[in-house]
Structures are given as C-alpha cells and as structure tokens.
Design a protein. Sequence first.
Length: 575
Amino acid sequence: MKAFYNVVLASILVVGAAYAGDADSATASDLDQLKAKLAAQQAQIEQLRQILADQAAALEKLEAKGKPAGPQFPSSGQVASTTPVVPPLPDPKPSPFAAVPPSPVVPPSPVVPPIPQAQTAQTAATNPCEANPEGQTPTFIRLGSTCLIPIGFMDLTAVWRDKNAGSGMGSNFGSVPFNNTVNGNLAEFRFTPQNSRIGFRFDGDWKGTHFIGYNEFDFNGTSGSNGIAASNGAFVPRLRLFWVDVRKGPIEFLAGQSWSLLTPNRVGLSALPGNLFYTQDVDINYNTGLTWTRQPGMRVLFHPSNKVTFGMSFENPDQYAGGSAGGSTITYPAAFASYANAQLDISQNVSAGQNILNQPTVHPDIIAKLAFDPSSRFHFEVGGIERDFKVVNPSLLSQHFSKTGAGGIVGANAEIFKNFRLITTNYWSDGGGRYLFGQAPDVVVRSNGSLSTVHSGGTVDGFEARVVPSLLLYAYYGAYYIGRNTGLDANGTTKIGYGYTGSPNSQNRVINEITFGFNQTIWASPRYGAINAMGQYEWLERDPWYVAVGQPKNTHDNTIYFNLRYTLPGNMPNF
C-alpha cells in the first residue's frame, strides 16, 4: 500500500516538472498563469503528502493492533480450555477484522482513493471468532461467527489397592474392607481407560452478548454387560456436562447439567472445569471432604466488577437417605420401611433394578455464593445452601412431615509465593450430606414417621506447587464427619437412625484421607496436543460409630494410581 502511494506521488511530481519545462516558451501572461498553477499544485502536493503520511501511520498502527496473538496452549491435564466462563467486558475499540462497509469520508484530493481499513477500526463488531486466522496456527475451528474446539483427553490408568474394595477406578471412601474380612486380605489391580473424556465447546459473540455451549462425556457409565473384564471392555459413555452460558454486561445466565455451584472455585464462580477446584487427583471420586456434584439446574450470576461475583443457583433436589459410593443407609422404623426408595432415595438399590429419580421432592436445592478475586493470586468465596424434605404417612395420607436443611461453605485459594498455592475449602451442614459425595445421609426417620436432619461436614486443605513449568506437585488432607442421629422404634427397644450403639460398621463417623501426587508434562504442542504422566498415592481411613467387642476399631487402605494422558489441542481466542 505504501508503494502505491509513492507511485502516485511520483506521478504528480512528474506532471509538475512538465509544467515547469513549458514555462521557457511561454509569454509573460502565460508565465504568470503557469506560476499560479504551479503554486496551487504545490499546495495540493503538500496536502496530499500530509494525507498520505497520516493514513500510512494509521495503517501501521492498525496492522500492529490487528495481528493475532500466538496460540496459548491450555494447562496440560485440564479437561478443556481454562478460559473463564465469565469473559471480560468487550474492548471499547472493536475488532479491525470484521467486514463493514467503507467509510463515506474521503480525502479532498481525487488522486488518493479512500482506505476502508483505516475506518473499520472505529465501527466493527467485537467477535474474535470472526477474526482472520491467517498467519497463526488456529487452536479453534470457525463455524460461521462461532468458534468450536473439540475437548477432552485419552487416559490409560493403572490402579492398585492393598485391599479389595471392589470399587473400580474411583475410591468408595465409605466401604474400605476391615482386616477381619476376606476382601480385607486381598489386593486389587486393574487397567482402565474409563476416565477418558470427549466433548466440544462453542463460543461466540452476538451484539455484545458472549455465549458458551459446553458438552463433556466420560466412560464411567453403568454397563449392562457382565463380560467387561472377561471378554470385552465395553465401557459405556456417561454424560458429565452439557450446559449453555450467556453473558451480557454484568449479568450472566447458565442452564443445563453443570458442576454444582457448591463446588469450590479457583476463579470467580465460573462453571468451566479449569476454573473449579476438585483437586489434581487421578482418583475420579476426587478427595474425601470435597463438596461437589454434577447435576441439572439453572443459575444467575451478577458481576458488579471484575473482582466480585455473586451467584444463585437452583439445582436438582434429592431426598437422600444414604447408600451411595459405599456409604451406609439409615435404619428405618418398622412401620415406615416403605419410605425406602419410594419417598427417600437409597442409592444402593439402583443396581438391584430399582428406578431412579422417582422420589418426591419439594423444590430445587437453592444455593447462593459470593466470590472475591482481588488479584490473580487470591480467591475467596463464601456460600450457603437451603433444602426442603417432605414425606407422607402411607397409612394416614392426611399426615405429612416436612423438614428444612441448610449448610454453609467457605474457602480460599492463595498464591503465597510464585507458583506455590495454599488451598482450603470447608463445609458444614444440617441435612446437606448428599453434597459430600453421598457419604452422609440427609435425613433419618423417627418412630412416628417424621424426618430429622443429619449433621455432616467436610474439609480439604493442601498445596499445589509448579516446581518447573512442566512439573506440578500437590498434597491434600481431607476429612468427612457424619453426625449421630438415633432413636428408639415404637416398640421402645429397637434402635433406629444413624450411628446408634449396635449399628452396622458401615455407618461411619469419620473418614480421613492423606494424598499426594505429581503431574509431569512429557511433551506439548499447540498444534498436536500434550502427553502427561500422572501419579497419586492415597491413604484412606474410616472409623465407624460402633465397633463390636473384639472387632477392629477402624480400617484403612493404600491406593496407588499411575496415569498416561494424551490431551487434545485447542484453546479459545480471548473475548
């Protein structure tokens, strides 16, 4: 473009010189006219020089600003992009690459044509998905005005336990076998690809509204085949996440199946996996004491600034009475044993052919949370949950029993010095045990059929340190506490509830875990993805409320994970 302007300017100067050559043969009158014309031409040339200089400077500035940044590879081992679900507010200077009509403003001289690129920077819309990817290695796929990246990774995991818990890849924290049982004297080892994940993510910007569509599967679904180990590893896909998030200005709305708002965050209240804290563990059941679940719901977030976020979510309810992930069910009164799985969820019966999602519920679980992020080095959050339970006496339908449960969470994530973070998350509830990975029941049933909530709480505390750019080390301590809630049945002698004297040794009081591990990036490329080696050691202990005379007071196991992971390439442009 500069060369073109130089040619035009040279042509003008040649024309001026030709006029000057003719002056020798002109008359005095003609000479005066020619001098006047030359003076006017010289003024026009100076004007053109200034216009060309201004436009050349504008072009250089525009080219420097519009050059796309090189691709940034996401953190190795993450499920997907670490771009926050809450995007920054749009740049007031729109993208120079969007196609808009040329400006009607033209320079005074007809010699120089208008330059539409110089005006586009003032009028175009801001949507990185519409940017010209030429000159870079795109880490996303353009579909119209949206960006798409395939997300996920392929895992091969080796698991060894010194006790045969029979839980597959994930630890069933509540059912570690005792030493005086057969499984307590057997070990287990297995390979599995089940933690591999696949999915996609859409991003776009429409009239200043940023939207994200997110989908993710793994292969930990319940299989109908009994020959998975004997003849065919037919592992079944399982829906993990499927949600859409929309943000315009300070208001954000999300709907679909996502991580619960009660799951601790690393950044704001983002629902993207890379912005959540569910540890760096290889264990797919994560860590003892962690509050989390993935379930359908809706949430609304408000961002008064880029350092503060307030959110409220309405999530799938469940009247939970135990039985999930190796945890124990409650003991029912004889007259109200029909509550089990008809009005209260006891998850252990699902494998026996019982229906799921058929228990009555009052309203969605309501969760509110406030997050502070004064800098990239510190995150603090506080939140709470409200739940309601209701049952009816099957013998006297006019008799209803209702109970309200509640809980609170507080946590922090702080980089106390470069590449070293301390993390803590703490939860206490009265009827919120389901969010402790189902280890604690929400309620017990009294002898008259009424409900009483169970106290439960959890904590995870630890550190994460990036020793070198390719090596991450971590260690955590986690614990559950499940409160005792007992009574006598109508006959005055039979004990009911949870944690009573004589209760099964599956009704746990405390579960402790100490774990540490590493994540080593072996190779990484923005174009081709990354390969990681990951390892974790886990020591798990459980203490029941009641131990019979002569029986072990508690039990523990040791678990070792080793994982090889190939992660797909891909990262979204900055919005």
